[in-house]
Design a protein around this ligand. Sequence first.
Ligand code: ADP
Length: 319
Amino acid sequence: MSAAIDVRGLRKSYGEKLVLDGIDLNVAEGTIFSLLGPNGAGKTTAVQILSTLITADAGEIRVAGHDLHAEPEAVRAAIGVTGQFSAVDGLLTGRENLIMMADLYHLGRREARRRADELLERFDLVEAGPKTAMTYSGGMKRRLDLAMTLVGDPRIIFLDEPTTGLDPRSRHSMWQLIRELVAGGVTVFLTTQILEEADQLADQIAVLDHGRLVAQGTPEQLKRLVPGGHIRLRFTSPEAFTLAGQVLPTAVPNHESLVLQVPNDGSVHALRALLARMDDASLEVDELTVHTPDLDDVFFAVTGQPTAHENTDEKVTSK
Ligand code: ADP
């Protein structure tokens, strides 16, 4: 598969501060790539470089098959960028926003209207089309923003935190739109603070920390990096709890809550084996819960920081 984005040895400093310290990335065409990382890791800087807004200090970078340094115009023609701070003009209607964008691409009057109506339809904004964008909900504004990015028919789209601040329903409808884009052959480069978003959407994830890539792989590969999978067994009788502790010597006991935490990958096979051992010892388990590692565990393991959700406020104020 050919690469939509290929980066070798990307470096960027601001004065004394090294922001990107030799990054290698490869994004296959028609896939979703997610760049994750705590606040200040260098995500925005990376997107700004790849979308030609600022220049790198070093590195070989190809976007949509073009050398970023030698052919920035060709790169620009192939990409779309949807930022956190939307390009939507609140005083114009949704339809007017789209037509204004089409004008920037010199589509011509008739084609501009046709394109605007097609996008309103596709993004479930037909009814909202004649209304001014400032009356739109957060989810509608994000959809309009993404629709505006698509006016230029980009092959590669950079999405910077596309669902931050949206309610779960709007978030899910945005995810669906992103999946449809990719099904149509578009490549998506996504930055997000929402780990579930990367888990839901990304084919490949790279975790950036202090300007270096500290982990890279599919969501499943990354989850396998952290152990942490376990089963919790809760007992009502202290005798059963003690006996179970002897039957399962690898379990970590919590004497107060009568809970045993048993290392386990959560597979059906491993679960059956565990229950069979309980049965053999005639032990009654009161409650059983399976904990499989998720991306939060990965994030914590590779960056040493709790999940980025908790840093959201900090991110807003520090910028
Ligand atoms: P992220 O998007 O992961 O939060 P950024 O790419 O915004 O991270 O920032 C990475 C680091 O670079 C931060 O320490 C930030 O302060 C610094 N930085 C970003 N832009 C500039 C700039 N224009 N001048 C100086 N330092 C900057």
